[in-house]
Design a protein around this ligand. Structure first.
Ligand SMILES: *Cc1c(COP(=O)(O)O)cnc(C)c1O
Length: 366
């Protein structure tokens, strides 16, 4: 059975553990999901959530599908089927779980036109003489970095070429300035492109996941120019990818949280921005002799290399199997022959579970 676990890995968005921790409760009742209350007849499934999300990220329009992969697939099939999509060879990436950009393009019926090289792609590389180009696609290298002799083309330059620019952002940071965080964007977010800024820089559409940096449920979002978003919503494939009331209402609530600048209340953001001193205090409560500094990561195929300072409890040797067999399984990691329980990814109300397990392992003072 799927059940709650304690994520003591220090990986905030752990794909095996459901990415962002998110809960939403909904009454079993009929809903006006596709019913226009003013006109008294069938309406649009996405009107409200689409508008709320669009306002939250500075887009003209948006729609929600099942996940980020579905968003990319739908955009390509609805807007570029049997036409060419130009992509830099430096961005033909694998996201994980065998999701590869070239394969998705092929599955959508679009033709991939690779340009540039692995490490360098210039604006001129995107200028092809083909009459068949439907889109320029830019894919955020969300899960790896490239250093050294490299070059790529910013969105604002790509927009000079002509065809609509679609950016697969993946991680879905709604706004680089993080207006929902009192103290502004944390250091570890530096360089992460925001949805709002990418659209302001001229992208016609962006696609991203709901359960990465947005901190919501599994979902995929297509946001940008209203005519292009509508073309996606009108395409027959949309019906196969559209979410139901559970997801739509959950995404709606997340969008409202961002609009009221309360997104720091979303569990992901609250874990990510907990002051280290609070983690020190919790670790000292759990096992005062075993408090260690650690480095947590965002994970989930986002922000490669970015580390969030954190605090953990260290146990000698590999005790991960014992921890997994706790009544609420605890997932920890082994580093330098020690078992590390990283508190950055542990929900504070789960500390009593750690307390019981650490007592059983003899790691707490008598
Ligand atoms: C994560 C990611 C995806 C896939 O999104 P899912 O929600 O996992 O389907 C696609 N593109 C990029 C750039 C990503 O980071």
């Amino acid at each position: 059975m799927m059940s709650p676990v304690v994520n003591a890995t220090g990986v905030l968005l752990h794909t095996n553990l459901g990415r962002s921790p998110f809960a939403f409760s909904q009454r079993a009742a009929y809903r006006n999901i596709e019913y226009d209350l003013v006109a008294g007849k069938r309406g649009s499934r996405q009107a409200t959530v689409g508008q709320l999300l669009a306002s939250a990220c500075g887009a003209e329009a948006s729609i929600v599908v099942n996940n980020g992969a579905a968003a990319v697939l739908l955009v390509m099939q609805a807007l570029a089927s049997e036409k060419e999509v130009v992509v830099s060879r430096g961005e033909l990436i694998e996201i994980g779980g065998h999701f590869r950009i070239p394969d998705v393009l092929t599955a959508s019926g679009a033709r991939l036109k690779e340009v540039g090289t692995t490490n360098k792609t210039r604006l001129d590389d995107y200028r092809t003489d083909s009459k068949d180009v439907a889109l320029l696609l830019k894919v955020h290298r969300s899960n790896f970095t490239m250093n050294g002799f490299t070059e790529d083309v910013p969105v604002e330059d790509l927009c000079q070429i002509g065809p609509p620019v679609v950016v697969d952002l993946g991680s879905g940071l709604l706004d680089e300035t993080c207006p929902w965080l009192g103290s502004g964007p944390p250091n570890w977010l530096r360089g992460e492109p925001g949805v709002r800024q990418t659209l302001a820089n001229g992208a016609s559409l962006v696609t991203f996941s709901g359960d990465k940096l947005m901190g919501g449920p599994q979902a995929g979002i297509i946001a940008g120019r209203a005519d292009l978003v509508n073309a996606c919503a009108q395409h027959p494939l949309y019906r196969a990818l559209r979410p139901g009331t559970l997801t739509l209402e959950a995404v709606e609530s997340v969008a409202m949280t961002y609009l009221s600048k309360d997104a720091d209340q979303l569990t992901f953001w609250s874990l990510a921005t907990t002051p280290s001193q609070q983690l020190v205090d919790r670790a000292a409560q759990l096992a005062p002799d075993r408090v260690v500094r650690t480095k947590a990561v965002v994970g989930g195929g986002t922000l490669p290399g970015a580390e969030i300072p954190s605090i953990g409890v260290a146990l000698p040797g590999d005790q991960t199997a014992e921890l997994r067999s706790s009544s609420v399984p605890i997932i920890a990691r082994v580093s330098d022959s020690q078992t590390i329980l990283d508190l950055r990814s542990v929900l504070p109300d789960q500390d009593p579970i750690l307390e019981v397990a650490l007592t059983a392992l003899g790691a707490r003072p008598a």
